[in-house]
Design a protein around this ligand. Structure first.
Ligand SMILES: Nc1ncnc2c1ncn2[C@@H]1O[C@H](COP(=O)(O)OP(=O)(O)O)[C@@H](O)[C@H]1O
Ligand SMILES: [Mg+2]
Length: 337
């Protein structure tokens, strides 16, 4: 196991906001996200579809859709430096070398008209101080993700490979230049269950070998339990709770987390049991002033609709934004609804 809690901080995100501006108004896809990530640590970001997980990851690489969306505020301090202050042309150096991303669907990350070898060599060619035989390096990258007979695989086109194999190749490309941080955005949703588990184990093995830090994005709390050291629960553009996996599972302190955990499907089951929480998240262009979960919350009191809750500490490493954690909660009047 990693001793991630003591590791060096490799990424610090402060108060990140990424908004879309369109004819309906302002869509607050990422609305004030802060967290730190240490060397060798895996942070899970979990939440329902549409809550801003992908926009958060894209923003960290400055790959959010432009000009439709803009990072309007915040800092992304990677390896000691705020990359939001760097000119766009520097980002090509930073992406892949310091921070990299594995997307949900390998189909969209691999180019169908080039061989796997070509695509790896292209990435490796960007590697600083790369010399010698890029083909050998490409083979090495494939071996790292446990692709058998890599010398032959280099000649394959993406359509000649299985889904699981393709996702490994995507992983190989993302890790080819040895980034410090990798963001895996629901990397296994397109795979069947056995292949999913193999892939997750592979990522953990590579992390143990290299000290890689991982941001693991999923809507599945079952996967969080297997993969992560810490979890951030995201709802309507914000983190509503954050803590160690153990604390979050043993003592979920935000009603949304509680509901998500209550509906965890077993990884072995294929049934979609996850989103049984009644109601809908609020529209991100028309957010309420109070707690964004209030309309779906069975504990809500009037205060919850009136004012957005600050973070309350559950313990030193565990916090949640819920008025129920306010010492005066019991004395507050119940909801007028
Ligand atoms: N191209 C777009 N134009 C306008 N809004 C968008 C666009 N893409 C995403 N969004 C908004 O950003 C929100 C967050 O999306 P996303 O980060 O993809 O969610 P998640 O990954 O959690 O499912 C969506 O709910 C949507 O409102
Ligand atoms: Mg997404």
């Amino acid at each position: 196991m990693t001793t991630a809690r003591d590791g060096k901080v490799v990424l610090e995100v402060k108060n990140l906001h990424t908004y879309f501006f369109n004819r309906w108004g302002t869509v607050k896809a990422v609305d004030g996200i802060s967290f730190t990530l240490r060397e060798g640590e895996t942070l899970g970001i979990v939440g329902e579809s549409g809550c801003g997980k992908t926009m958060t990851s894209l923003s960290l690489l400055r790959l959010h859709p432009k000009p439709a969306s803009r990072i309007i505020e915040g800092e992304v301090i990677l390896d000691g430096e705020d990359i939001l202050r760097r000119p766009e042309r520097d980002m090509r150096e930073i992406r892949g070398h310091k921070i990299s991303m594995i997307l949900q669907d390998p189909q969209t990350s691999l180019n169908p008209v080039y061989t796997i070898g070509n695509q790896l060599v292209e990435t490796l060619g960007l590697k600083k101080g790369s010399h010698g035989n890029l083909k050998n390096e490409a083979e090495k990258s494939l071996r790292k993700v446990r692709v058998a007979a890599p010398e032959r695989r280099l000649e394959d086109f993406p359509h000649q490979m299985s889904g699981g194999m393709k996702q490994r190749v995507v992983g190989a490309i993302a890790m080819a230049c040895e980034p410090m941080v990798i963001i895996a955005d629901e990397p296994t949703t397109a795979l069947d269950v056995t292949i999913q588990l193999q892939y997750l184990r592979l990522l953990k093995d590579i992390q143990a070998e290299t000290g890689l830090s991982i941001i693991f994005i999923t809507h599945d709390f079952g996967i969080v339990a297997r993969m992560c050291d810490r979890v951030a629960v995201m709802y309507a553009g914000r983190f509503v709770e954050e803590g160690s996996v153990r604390d979050i599972f043993n003592n979920p302190s935000h009603p949304y987390t509680e509901a998500l955990i209550g509906s965890v499907p077993k990884v072995e089951e294929r049934v979609e049991r996850l989103y049984q929480i009644e109601g809908q998240p609020p529209a991100l262009y028309d957010l309420p002033v109070g707690c964004r979960f209030e309309s779906r919350c069975r504990y809500a009191k009037s205060k919850c609709a009136e004012e957005y809750p600050p973070y309350f500490e559950v313990n030193e490493h565990h916090k949640a934004a819920c008025w129920r954690l306010d010492p005066s909660w019991e004395t507050l009047p119940s909801s007028s609804k």
